[in-house]
Design a binder for this molecule. Sequence first.
Ligand SMILES: [Fe+2]
Ligand SMILES: [Fe+2]
Length: 148
Amino acid sequence: MKAEKQEAFLQLIDQVKDAGRTQEMKNFTQHGRISTYYHCYSVAETSFRLKEFLHIRVSEEELIRGAMLHDYFLYDWHSHEGPLHGFYHPTAALSNAKEDFELTKKEQNIIYSHMWPLTITKVPRCREAWIVSIADKIVSTKETLFQR
Ligand SMILES: [Fe+2]
Ligand SMILES: [Fe+2]
């Protein structure tokens, strides 16, 4: 990534990575030894790289905020009782994020739809949501395969 683009990414992520309860995601394990916080950071970075690489025009701020908050469910899913995590957590993440942030419609859609097609009725409805959904699958696969 070009230096000025790297700088743009860092400025955007800086605005959200310490806000609300984002730092609390460090307390929860996502895959292997990777925390949910680090996972979300990686998804934000991968989303940004994807849109640069493919020259997709997006709202960079909404893309990064949505990506950083896409798994803002704030519990350890390995020991969580209740509905199946894969289906349920986008709803929990969106509800928590709405408590702490003023979210745009796009940001809400990014969080709500990122598990599509598992959550078949929660469909990505903007380029930003498609990118984050794909970046999440790339990052999750890498984390699961290589970071144990
Ligand atoms: Fe997720
Ligand atoms: Fe995720």
